[in-house]
Design a protein around this ligand. Structure first.
Ligand SMILES: Nc1ncnc2c1ncn2[C@@H]1O[C@H](COP(=O)(O)OP(=O)(O)OP(=O)(O)O)[C@@H](O)[C@H]1O
Ligand SMILES: [Mg+2]
Length: 856
């Protein structure tokens, strides 16, 4: 179901023809619109009848007639010859055989007639008028026998929509509205009701976004008071800003939380890729539901709870202000100085924004507040139903639950279950039945040994699971906003390792610890320590030096493997080596970085750089570089107090800020942050998990970015960094669970073969990644492999082929990389002034431009 976008201004009279909920109210509205007059009674040939009449039918017709039962909703008034009649109430007309019974809405008979002609009975239809037992009636609609038998037509006046206002009755005069079964009954009340029941915003202005109306079933369930249906219209102030996919998203969320997509289910997962504006979609929903509703316009919700990572609490406040200003809605954000008690005491606030950590601390108070809507931002963390945060949130009685996540969620079927079960408890049955019905057959589908039958079953179950959950999960990819974004120029820079790095690297690979790893027994293997040491070395040898020194000083006897790894390494460092005054030239990447910063500063003095590392110690080095060159910088890492985070981000994004660099620890604050103040992003190191890097890269190339975005990924040529990169982009990395922010190297299983590969240094190669691509070029000129078809290998998803949509934020595949422009550092015709400056230290480049058309 789509929201109705109305682009033309229709007449007010039409506004109510589509809004039928409670028949009696609809009728009253029609009357008010059309101004009924008794002059038209009898129009259409169904003149006023008085019973009994001559019986002229044949025997066959009689039998047929006697078995005929029809039900109509009608309005009635006392018979009179007055010109201006006043309808007095709703009723149900039962036509059985040749007789009529008229019942009021409490089921009492209020009129009877028998002996009508077959032809006359046949003609009865909407808009006709009749005379029964001294009452004049007008047929308003047909009632199904089901609605009559269930008695629903009495409670709800369940007739079909009344005649459209452009019908023949449009000239009727209405002097007094009939009595509705629902209050109010007095003239004044009804008039008030008409006024109160108007949509909050004009549904007929061009580009208005009108949300779908609930169907009859929903009305029966949720409109017990028979309030009139009122159009729910998104505030034009907001609509004005919405992207098309956001309008669709709001309609989707509305239908979910209203229980219009699935009976008795009020949860949703909005899993749009990063930067698609999930926040704005939720804000629009909250603002709408807080002021409006389909039944009599009554607001659907009063209070909303938003739970979000600490670093985003203030971002929510900011976004509310950005889209709604500060007057429309009052937001309370919980922090050290603003406790939940304050929210409870005040009647002022309707939205509470709290971090997951604070939620746990304030759970008892929160449980006592009645929240009508719960939004869990970056909600993939609820994928484990055993963790405290999940159990805490489950314990809240709020039924309308929304999870927001930019991370794909179908990769692990058990985690998927936890998320689904959180938003719509029980929708997939119990965990054990879910396993039997869905998980096992779907997992079987991927087994090479699966029989045809098993494959078919697995596919069917996957399809069914997708269909079922697709009712309340929405995921759109970055493509939908690409056209609003500036170009993105992504470069992978393979940086030549420094001489000291090569020497240390070789020594590490020759260590006892590494040799032990390669002997085959992976139990208790120190491979993670070895990998860690190599990665540190790639960032800068001084980091390795610090670790060695640290180990030397520690008196504990555990960690012998680490000691054996470091054996003899100190001798490789100069005797007077001081890690505090590290030298740039000792790290290939650092040299490239420092040149890159210099050229950006020089050529784009007004642009800013986001510099990302996964390690705090590395960030310290990068910070020292900033100091060394006098670059103003801001820093956000795990140590940054949550209360200060948004301020730091805002400050950096402000055009008045003098900061040139934003130092970001991706693990601490990658998710959800908007760093559009920066248009260059440098990933200094690489993570095993592509999702972490993608998260970081998405911070700058997002809505609101004004400049072309440059993303640089630095890798040390021939080293473990290249291997990790290959793993990220190879099929192996796509085998499901790796594309998940919480997965780290500890979760990765390595075979001895893989370790052998990891622990090899390729000293003579310009780029082992390029070597692996089996590309025929020699890196002499800009090369793009066009011989391959465009390869759209999507992120592997356990739900099978049904989910495999094109996905712009998926980890790159090897075949795609081959299609990137690539060339060696010796290539002479570099046109990119940034790359030109660093090429001395870069052995190979890969480059790709997205949105080149809009390149400015
Ligand atoms: N319609 C719009 N017009 C202009 N800017 C927009 C629009 N929608 C969202 N934005 C801006 O885009 C940025 C990204 O939005 P938001 O933070 O909501 O993304 P998200 O979907 O939550 O991404 P993530 O998964 O990274 O958290 C914000 O700065 C937001 O203000
Ligand atoms: Mg977000």
């Amino acid at each position: 179901m789509k929201g109705r976008h109305r682009d033309s201004h229709l007449t007010a009279g039409n506004s109510f023809t589509s809004t039928h909920c409670c028949l009696s109210y609809c009728i009253s509205e029609h009357r008010s619109m059309r101004e009924l007059s008794l002059e038209t009674l009898g129009v259409g040939g169904a003149s006023v009848h008085s019973a009994p009449k001559e019986i002229t039918e044949s025997k066959g017709q009689e039998e047929e007639l006697d078995s005929l039962v029809k039900y109509f909703s009608v309005v009635w008034c006392k018979a009179s010859k007055k010109k201006h009649k006043k309808w007095e109430g709703d009723a149900v007309l039962i036509v059985k055989g040749r007789s009529f019974i008229l019942k009021d809405l409490e089921g009492k008979d209020i009129g009877k007639g028998i002996g009508y002609k077959f032809k006359e009975l046949e003609k009865i239809e909407e808009g006709h008028t009749l005379m029964i037992g001294g009452k004049e009636i007008e047929i308003i609609g047909i009632i199904s026998s089901e609605d009559f038998n269930s008695g629903r037509c009495f409670q709800f006046g369940g007739g079909s929509p009344a005649v459209p206002c452009s019908s023949q009755t449009s000239s009727k005069c209405f002097s007094k509205p009939f009595r509705s079964i629902c209050k109010p009954s007095s003239k004044e009340n009804i008039r008030d009701a008409f006024q109160n029941y108007k949509p909050r915003h004009d549904p007929y202005t061009p580009n208005s976004l009108v949300l779908p109306q609930p169907d009859k079933n929903h009305q029966r369930m949720f409109n017990k008071n028979c309030l009139p249906l009122v159009d729910v219209v998104i505030d034009p102030h907001v609509v004005h800003h919405l992207r098309p996919h956001q309008k669709e998203g709001i309609v989707f969320l509305y239908e979910c939380v209203m229980g219009m997509r699935m009976n008795g289910r009020y949860g949703a997962i909005l899993a749009d890729e990063m930067g698609l504006g999930k926040t704005l979609q939720c804000i629009s929903l909250i603002w709408t539901l807080q002021c409006q509703g389909p039944y009599g316009g009554k607001p659907v919700i009063k209070k909303t709870l938003i739970v979000t990572p600490g670093s985003l609490v203030n971002n929510w406040r900011k976004e509310f202000k950005k889209w709604l200003g500060s007057e429309r809605i009052k937001i309370f954000t919980v922090d050290q100085d603003h406790k939940v008690e304050e929210f409870i005491k005040s009647v002022f606030y309707s939205v509470l924004v709290i971090s997951y950590e604070m939620l746990l601390r304030s759970l008892d108070q929160i449980k006592n507040i009645k929240f009508d809507l719960l939004i869990c931002d970056e909600g993939h963390r609820l994928k484990n139903s055993a963790i405290k945060t999940t159990t805490a949130l489950i314990s809240l009685s709020c039924e309308k639950r929304i999870i927001l996540t930019g991370t794909p969620i179908q990769n692990d079927l058990q985690e998927f279950f936890a998320l689904i079960d959180f938003v719509n408890p029980g929708v997939l049955g119990s965990l054990s039945s879910y396993r039997k019905i869905y998980e096992e057959p779907i997992i079987m589908l991927r087994e090479p040994s699966a029989s045809e039958e098993e494959k078919e079953l697995g596919e069917r179950r996957a399809a069914e699971l997708t269909r079922l959950t697709g009712l309340f999960i929405l995921r759109r990819t970055q493509e939908v906003i690409n056209k609003y974004l500036p170009p993105k120029i992504e470069s992978v820079l393979f940086c030549r390792p420094a001489a000291l790095q090569i020497e240390l690297y070789k020594k590490l690979l020759n260590s006892q610890a590494v040799r032990f790893c390669l002997q085959g027994s992976l139990e208790n293997s120190p491979h993670l320590i070895c990998i860690g040491a190599l990665k540190k070395l790639c960032n800068h040898p001084c980091l390795l030096f610090n670790s060695i020194k640290g180990k030397e000083c520690s008196s504990t006897c555990d960690g012998n493997e680490e000691k054996s790894l470091y054996e003899g390494l100190l001798n490789v460092f100069p005797a007077d080596y001081n890690p505090l005054v590290f030298i740039e030239k000792e790290s290939g990447k650092l040299q490239v970085l420092s040149k890159l910063l210099a050229v950006i500063h020089e050529l784009r003095p007004t642009e800013k750089v986001v510099l990302v590392s996964h390690y705090t110690q590395t960030l310290n080095i990068l910070q020292d570089i900033c100091k060394r060159y006098g670059y103003a910088y801001a820093r956000l890492d795990g140590q940054t107090p949550i209360t200060q985070r948004q301020q730091i981000v805002d400050n950096f994004n402000s055009k008045y800020s003098s900061d040139f660099i934003f130092l970001l620890s991706s693990k601490a604050g990658g998710v959800g942050l908007n760093l559009i103040g920066g248009s260059h992003l440098i990933l200094y190191d690489i993570d095993w998990n592509p999702a972490t890097d993608i998260q970081a890269m998405s911070r700058v190339w997002r809505d609101g970015q004004k400049h072309a975005v440059h993303i640089y990924r630095l890798l040390t040529t021939g080293t473990i960094e290249e291997k990790i990169y290959q793993r990220q982009i190879s099929k192996q990395a796509l085998s499901g669970a790796v594309v998940d922010l919480t997965k780290t190297s500890e979760h990765i299983q390595f075979s001895v073969e893989e370790l052998k590969n990891l622990f090899t240094l390729h000293e003579s190669s310009h780029c082992i990644t390029h070597d692996l691509l089996a590309c025929e070029c020699t890196g002499e000129k800009d090369h793009t492999d066009d011989s391959l078809e465009k390869f759209a290998l999507s992120r592997h998803c356990q739900l099978g082929p049904h989910q495999q949509k094109c996905n712009s934020l998926k980890p790159l595949s090897m075949s795609q990389l081959k299609q990137w422009k690539h060339f060696s550092g010796d290539h002479l015709n570099l046109t990119d002034p940034f790359l030109e400056r660093i090429r001395e230290n870069v052995s190979f480049f890969f480059q790709n431009i997205t949105n080149q058309a809009s390149c400015t």
